[in-house]
Design a protein around this ligand. Structure first.
Ligand code: FES
Length: 187
């Protein structure tokens, strides 16, 4: 069953600061065009509700934006940065488009799979890392490239991957700094 069929009817309550951020984002667009704020609002909602979007959260966003739930479902299911199921604290998205592939991206993918002992689409048993492949991250000049949550890592080598994974593991028990969250990015 697709996760979009699972509605738990759990109340979704965003903190007042988060709602304020949503209102700020909506104000950036003309009256009646508040749907234009949907992507940043979904990104913030996702990180504030455990890293993935439930139907209840999507419905609450629809209600906040005063649009139909289907309009939110369409966006949440189209873009690769939205998760409709549980993911790790760190979502690693490796670019697999041509320029990155030609600059060693495939080797980096193999290295990551071996290092994390998971395949694409899986999450490590400790709940820390989810591995995904995505299309061009728009940083082709510094290929190969990956994104972890909001942060980019470029000109990847196995040594850089080792350092990155070690660094993320060392921060595993701490909250992600505000400036590295979507809420922080959309200030
Ligand atoms: S091809 Fe990888 S960032 Fe563009």
């Amino acid at each position: 069953m697709h996760n979009l069929h699972i509605k738990e009817n759990k109340p979704v309550v965003f903190q007042e600061l988060t709602l304020e951020k949503f209102r700020d984002l909506m104000k950036r667009y003309p009256e009646g065009r508040q749907k234009s704020a949907l992507v940043p609002i979904l990104l913030i909602a996702q990180e504030q509700t455990g890293g993935f979007l439930t139907v209840d959260v999507l419905d609450e966003i629809a209600s906040i934006l005063q649009i139909k739930p289907i309009e939110v479902y369409e966006v949440a299911t189209f873009y690769s940065m939205f998760s409709l199921g549980r993911v790790g604290k760190y979502v690693i998205e490796l670019c697999r488009t041509g320029p990155c592939a030609m600059c060693g991206g495939e080797e980096i993918l193999g290295y990551l799979r071996n290092k994390l002992r998971i395949d694409v689409g899986e999450t490590t048993a400790d709940g820390l890392f989810t591995l995904r492949t995505v299309e061009c991250l728009a940083a082709c000049g510094n290929a190969p490239v990956l994104q972890v949550n909001t942060e980019f890592y470029e000109k990847l080598t196995p040594e850089k991957i080792d350092r990155l994974i070690d660094e993320l593991k060392s921060k595993a028990g701490k909250p992600i700094p505000f400036e590295e969250t979507w809420a922080g990015k959309f200030c």
